[in-house]
Design a protein around this ligand. Structure first.
Ligand code: F6P
Length: 336
C-alpha cells in the first residue's frame, strides 16, 4: 500500500509527532510506502511531495510546527472553481497519478469538512484532529490543546507576581477562536479570578463589582483571563476592550497581555506527544484494515474513530454544566 499524508490549517504542537506516529507505524509495522504532501491541499494540486523514509522521521517527536508545511487552502471554497480549474477534480486526478491508496489529513475543523467532502466523492481518507482550540466535535481532546494550556498557565502564573506587586488588574487574552477551552483550562489552572469565554454571556458591571469586592477584602489585585472570541464593541481585541472597561468600572490600574502565537509554537507536552503518537498509530491501523472516511478520536482514555460525515461542520463548545465551570463557580470564580 502507498499512502499520502498532509497537514492543513494553522500549525500546532504535536503535528510532527503525529506524522511520525502515522509513518513509522506504516513503514515498520505494515510495510507501507509513505508520501509526504507539502503545504496541505495546495501540495495535492501541484503534486509537491516527498517520499518519507525512517530516516526522514528522526527527531520529529519533540519538534514544533509541521515539517510538511501547511496552508489554509480550502479546495471546495467558491464551488471549487478558480481560474477555470476544478480544484477537487484536479486533486482526485493527482491522488490517482501519485498512486495513493489513501490520504491521511491532519487538521482542524476546516480540514475535517474538506476531508468529509472528498470521502463522500469516494476518495480513501482518514483524518486526525489537530488544534490548540480543542473545538473539534467527537473527540474529548485534540493534540496541541494541552501544550497551549500549559503555556497560557505559565503566563498567568507569571502575571500574578507583577499584578500583586503593582496592585493592578491583569487581563490576559488567550486564543481559542469561537471556543473558550483554552481560557477555561488555563484560567482555572492559573487561579484566575475572572474567566470570560464566548459560550457564557458577561456583564461588565458585575465583573467590576467582583474586582472591587476583592479590593474591599484586602486583595488589591485580580487576574482576568479572556478568550479571544468573546463579544466586544467590534473595534478592539477582546483583551484590550475588557481591560479598558474594567479600569473604567473600578478605577483600578489595569493592563492587558495578548499571548498570541506563543501558544502555538514550540515543543509539545508529554501528554500531547503521547496523544499524537496514539492517534497517528490508530490512523494507520484504520487504513490497514480498510476503514476509510473516518476521523480518529479520543473518548475517555480510548482511541477510536467516528465517520467523517458525523463530525464535519460541528463545533465542540464549552457548556454551562462543564465540571470546571461548575467547580469554578462554587469556588468564587466569576464567569461573567
Ligand atoms: O485555530 C488555531 C488558532 O490559533 C486560533 O486559536 C486562532 O484564532 C487562529 O488559529 C489564528 O489563525 P491564523 O494562523 O490564521 O492567524
Amino acid at each position: 500500500m502507498r499512502i499520502g499524508i498532509l497537514t492543513s490549517g494553522g500549525d500546532c504542537p504535536g503535528i510532527n509527532a503525529t506524522i511520525r506516529g502515522v509513518c513509522k507505524t506504516a513503514i515498520r509495522h505494515y510495510g507501507m510506502e509513505v508520501i509526504g504532501i507539502h503545504s496541505g491541499f495546495q501540495g495535492l494540486m501541484t503534486k509537491d511531495v516527498e517520499t518519507f523514509t525512517e530516516d526522514s522521521l528522526s527527531g520529529l517527536l519533540t519538534l514544533g510546527g509541521t515539517v510538511l508545511g501547511t496552508s489554509r487552502e480550502k479546495p471546495f471554497k467558491r464551488g471549487g472553481l478558480m481560474d477555470g480549474v476544478d480544484k477537487p477534480s484536479l486533486i482526485i486526478q493527482n491522488i490517482k497519478e501519485l498512486g495513493l491508496d489513501c490520504v491521511v489529513c491532519i487538521g482542524g475543523n476546516g480540514t475535517q469538512k474538506t476531508a468529509a467532502k472528498f470521502a463522500a466523492m469516494g476518495v480513501n481518507i482518514v483524518s486526525v484532529p489537530k488544534t490548540i482550540d480543542n473545538d473539534i466535535w467527537g473527540t474529548d481532546f485534540s493534540f496541541g490543546f494541552d501544550t497551549a494550556v500549559s503555556i497560557a498557565t505559565d503566563a498567568i502564573d507569571r502575571l500574578h507576581s507583577t499584578a500583586s506587586s503593582h496592585k493592578r488588574v491583569m487581563v490576559i487574552e488567550v486564543m481559542g477562536h469561537k471556543a473558550g477551552w483554552i481560557a477555561l483550562y488555563s484560567g482555572m489552572a492559573g487561579g484566575g479570578d475572572v474567566i470570560l469565554i464566548p459560550e457564557i454571556p458577561y456583564n461588565i458591571h458585575n465583573i467590576g463589582e467582583v474586582i472591587l469586592d476583592r479590593l474591599r477584602k484586602g486583595r488589591p489585585y485580580s487576574i482576568v483571563v479572556v478568550a479571544e472570541g468573546i463579544p466586544t464593541d467590534g473595534r478592539k481585541r477582546a483583551g484590550e476592550y475588557i481591560a479598558q472597561e474594567i479600569e473604567y468600572e473600578t478605577g483600578i490600574e489595569t493592563r492587558e497581555t495578548v499571548l498570541g502565537y506563543i501558544q502555538r509554537g514550540g515543543s509539545p507536552t508529554p501528554f500531547d506527544r503521547n496523544l499524537s503518537t496514539r492517534m497517528g498509530g490508530h490512523a494507520t491501523e484504520l487504513i490497514a484494515t480498510g476503514q476509510f472516511g473516518r476521523m480518529v478520536t479520543l473518548q475517555g482514555n480510548d482511541i477510536s474513530s467516528l465517520p467523517l460525515e458525523e463530525v464535519a461542520g460541528k463545533l465542540k463548545l464549552v457548556t454551562e454544566d462543564n465540571d470546571l465551570v461548575v467547580q469554578g463557580r462554587q469556588m468564587g470564580v466569576c464567569f461573567g
